[in-house]
Design a protein around this ligand. Structure first.
Ligand SMILES: Cc1ncc(C[n+]2csc(CCOP(=O)(O)OP(=O)(O)O)c2C)c(N)n1
Length: 315
């Protein structure tokens, strides 16, 4: 595996981690309407997955936990931050917010607050790519909880029946909110269910840098060349709560290893100097913080602000 490719994935994942840390601080300061769901632990896998996509012709959809995917699709971090903070200049002028990030013209068909709803939308994009022969594919990223949704299972069926170039990606972080994945899923797990629907299906340890990149590449290339659907289950740790501020009383004290730390260790063994890793971390932190600070300075367009204006007008 090429060291530069792995380092690029590491850098993108570090950027997402720093960006969301800055979003969490903005949330603590009361700058973000609603709850924010951070991708702590999934950044590395999601950076590897998206590295192989071509956002000129592919379309990506994600769940309520998709700040990282929006950034990794190449959207302007300032516009993403402005959207999350409900500010002018956001992707949807601040009216969508954290769970409704959207830029289909840039290959990001959107994140979605309805668990599982992004999956049939991706099937539509895959059908469009197939019909118009663009060579593009669609990728739907969703959680282990969403894997139990009827719409997701129906989409597996439809994708096989229609031979859609659609990659289902289950980011299994072990929990659906506070419910352990193992408790909530019947039928031998999501891989068995996918195969029962006729999909090619594979698993990857999403906390391992080289595996994450290699398996993502293989699956994406296969979907693109065959035009058929497939499912990839990536197991990742959920390093934080379901949402930022979740007290997590349903979890025991053991904290899983951080994939970014593991990736840094691997890169060191590949003779990447410690100083380079430090530079990557510092650069991504500065860039991420600059975007979120700038966003906070933009005019508030969220419905919190609109409600406040309406209430003031009524007084
Ligand atoms: C249709 C629907 N049902 C329930 C909810 C409430 N809800 C929000 S996130 C969530 C858990 C989703 O778990 P998972 O799909 O594993 O994603 P994760 O949060 O772990 O990323 C639930 C039940 C919702 N938003 N939409």
């Amino acid at each position: 595996m090429d060291t530069d490719d792995l380092l690029t994935v590491f850098e993108k994942a570090c950027f997402v981690r720093s960006f969301e840390a800055a979003i969490a601080r903005a949330h603590d300061a009361g700058e973000v309407p609603g709850l924010v769901h951070l991708s702590d632990g999934a950044e590395l896998f999601e950076a590897a997955l998206t590295a192989t996509l071509d956002f000129n012709k592919d379309q990506l959809t994600g769940s309520h936990r998709s700040h990282g995917l929006a950034l990794l699709a190449g959207l302007d971090p300032l516009a993403v931050a402005q959207e999350i903070l409900g500010r002018a200049g956001g992707l949807s002028e601040g009216l969508g917010g954290t769970q409704h990030l959207l830029a289909p013209e840039q290959g990001f068909l959107g994140s979605n607050g309805i668990v599982g709803a992004q999956v049939p939308l991706a099937a539509g994009a895959a059908l469009s790519a197939k019909t118009q022969q663009t060579g593009g594919i669609a990728v739907a990223v969703f959680g282990d909880g969403a894997a139990n949704q009827g719409a997701v299972l129906e989409t597996m069926n439809l994708a096989t029946v229609l031979n859609l170039p659609l990659l289902f990606v289950v980011v299994n972080n072990g929990y659906g909110q506070s419910t352990p994945a193992a408790y909530a899923s019947a039928g031998g797990g999501v891989l068995a269910r996918a195969r029962a629907h006729g999909l090619a299906a594979d698993y990857v340890d999403g906390a391992k840098l080289d595996d994450a990149l290699e398996v993502s590449r293989r699956m994406i290339r296969w979907v693109r060349s065959s035009g058929n659907p497939a499912l990839l289950e990536a197991v990742v740790p959920r390093l934080g709560g379901h949402y930022h501020g979740d007290a997590q009383i349903y979890r025991d004290g053991a904290s899983p290893p951080d994939p970014l730390e593991r990736a840094a260790e691997q890169l060191l063994t590949m003779d990447v100097p410690q100083a380079d890793l430090d530079t990557v971390r510092a650069r991504t932190r500065d860039e991420a913080e600059e975007a979120v600070d700038k966003a906070a300075a933009a005019p508030d367009k969220s419905d919190t602000a609109l409600r406040r204006i309406a209430m003031e007008a009524a007084l």
